[in-house]
Ligand binder design. Structure first.
Ligand code: AMP
Length: 255
């Protein structure tokens, strides 16, 4: 596996790479959910590219950005084990050089639910993803259903801007206790993790009223049926200083 830092290095490595190219954008601190995306890309691609970039533009709170878990050496080893060919881990200046001022804004979708709780979040997500798509020029991109609104944002952006890339969405991986895997889970104390288990239990009801009752006592930002593809019951809660999001499709099994 090649670990690359610059756009120029990625372009030159991929110029000769066999197609199709599958691409997985990430912020690192890998867990089995990330690995499931690498494996899906591996099954369907001749070349697998993963990006590891904790994107400052999608964080509102400075503290959240600073506290975001980082362990590049461990991530690189996990990506190599999963058969990733290229790991692109740029420095912030490589992605946002001085004078950067072009942004992708989804007017409505970007300001509802997660976007209402985190103003500017999806502007940062959409912009960095389009930049990464232009750098890597993949045939397919792989995203997790765990971030259902992010999937919707990417799908809409690809359509609205006529970007010729296939979007593959993979199911949410959960720990045996039901908690959706997330890089942020490492920041939960055992007691907070116990409380956080109310989130998957609440969503499994697929009923916003019942879900809210189960979440009683937690700091709930929203629990709503979101009209995505597929429609999901989505929620965001804060537990022990950690913000967690999760969702389940309204139809079919809970994944
Ligand atoms: P992140 O590093 O958190 O930005 O996530 C990178 C990708 O992994 C995104 O497409 C996420 O939706 C996906 N992902 C995160 N958690 C999970 C999970 N528990 N199961 C499946 N995919 C996930």
């Amino acid at each position: 596996m090649e670990l690359l830092r610059t756009v120029a290095e990625v372009r030159s490595a991929l110029a000769r790479a066999p197609r199709p190219v599958g691409f997985v954008p990430t912020m690192g601190a890998f867990h089995a959910g990330h690995v499931s995306l690498f494996e899906a890309a591996r099954r369907e691609s001749s070349t697998v590219v993963v990006s590891l970039f904790v994107n400052p533009a999608q964080f509102g709170e400075r503290k959240d950005l600073e506290q975001y878990p980082r362990d590049e050496a461990r991530d690189a080893a996990m990506a190599a084990d999963a058969g990733v060919d290229v790991l692109f881990a740029p420095r912030p200046k490589e992605m946002y050089p001085d004078g950067f001022e072009t942004w992708i804004d989804l007017e409505r979708l970007g300001s509802s639910l997660e976007g209402a709780s985190r103003p500017g979040h999806f502007r940062g997500v959409a912009t960095v993803c389009l930049k990464l798509f232009n750098i890597v020029q993949p045939d397919a991109v792989y995203f997790g259903q765990k971030d259902a609104q992010q999937v919707e944002v990417i799908r809409r952006m690809l359509r609205d801007l006529n970007v010729p890339i296939r979007l593959s969405v993979q199911p949410t991986l959960r720990d045996p206790d039901g908690l959706a895997m997330s890089s942020r889970n490492v920041r939960l104390s055992p007691a907070a993790r116990d409380q956080a288990l109310a989130l998957p239990r609440a969503l499994a009801t697929k009923d916003p009223v019942k879900a809210l009752a189960i979440l009683h006592g937690l700091d709930v930002e929203y629990v709503e049926v979101a009209p995505f593809d597929p429609p999901v019951l989505a929620a965001a809660v804060r537990v022990g200083g950690v913000r967690l999001i999760d969702n389940v499709p309204m139809e079919g099994p809970v994944s």
